[in-house]
Structure formats: C-alpha cells, structure tokens
Design a protein around this ligand. Sequence first.
Ligand SMILES: [Zn+2]
Length: 179
Amino acid sequence: MPAIIAWTDAQTKMLIKFFNEGHSASVTAKAISAVFQIEKTRNAVIGKWHRMGLIRELTPEQRLLRSSVQSSCVSKPTHHADRGPVIAKRVKILRQLHEEMKQAIQEPPPAPVAVKDGPLYLDLLDVPADGCRFIVSDSPYLYCARPQRPGSSYCQAHHERMYTKTRINLPTRGFRVAA
Ligand SMILES: [Zn+2]
C-alpha cells in the first residue's frame, strides 16, 4: 500500500506553480513525481489543490463544452418535442405560399392597355375619304375611320385582321376538283 507522504515545501511550491500555469492534475502529478523521485497521483494533486483552496475556474471553452454536452444529453427529448411548433410554422408558411400561388394563377391577366388608336366609331358619312371602312358596330352602323393603310380600305389593324381571317378561312387543300 502506498504510504501517504506529506507534501514538502518545494513540492507544494511546484504544485501551486503548475496550478497557476494551468496544467492538469495528471500532468502536475507526473511532473512532481519525476522531479522529486516520488509517486504522487493525480488524485493526490487534486486533493492538495482543494485543501489549499486552489479551485480551478473553467475556461470559457470548457464551460461551453460542458454546457453543450449537458444540454445535448439532457434536452434531447425536449428538442424532439419542440419540433412540433417548428414544423407547424413551416407548414403555415408553405400553405401561405401555396395560397398566394393559387391566387396569382386565378387572377385575371392584367387588362390590356387601352389602344390609344382605337376605332373612332363614325357614321359612314363622317368617315373621311382615307378612313378605315371596317364596321365596328352594326346597330347603328359605325366605322372604324382610322387612317387607311396605303393600298387598303382598312387601317393597319383591320387590314391585318381581314387578311388573316380571309387567309385562315381559305380552303388550303382537298378542295381542288379535277376538271
Ligand atoms: Zn380600322
């Protein structure tokens, strides 16, 4: 059984020095054992430190590590329980987004900008010689009367409309009868 050897002044001095330098108890024990050719255990060092009132404050890193270890151990079930509100919040946001998307789809497209050069709705008598003859109303008969497209009885817009309509309505195939 190892004899309890009292700490000498020199050993105590070294003990305090190592404490102040921040060495761990086991390092201090090994160092003192080596220097004084004795066998001081880690627990002996800790015991002596305590008796001398040398209680080491945790470094901020150690405190953080300890608290994070504790919280990760202690609060794991709470952590899982707390996911409920988080998920609910996420679902709420997603629903809101979905509603906004649905509304955006249902909303009618923005009204077309009023054509500043729209039909003039004039009586045929009032249509100028170079006015568009496109009928825009048939009770009473009113005419577009906008300036004609060169070489046409219609304005540019109505000329295109007539031309396109005519072209679409033209039979393009299967209508030819052999003579
Ligand atoms: Zn016209």
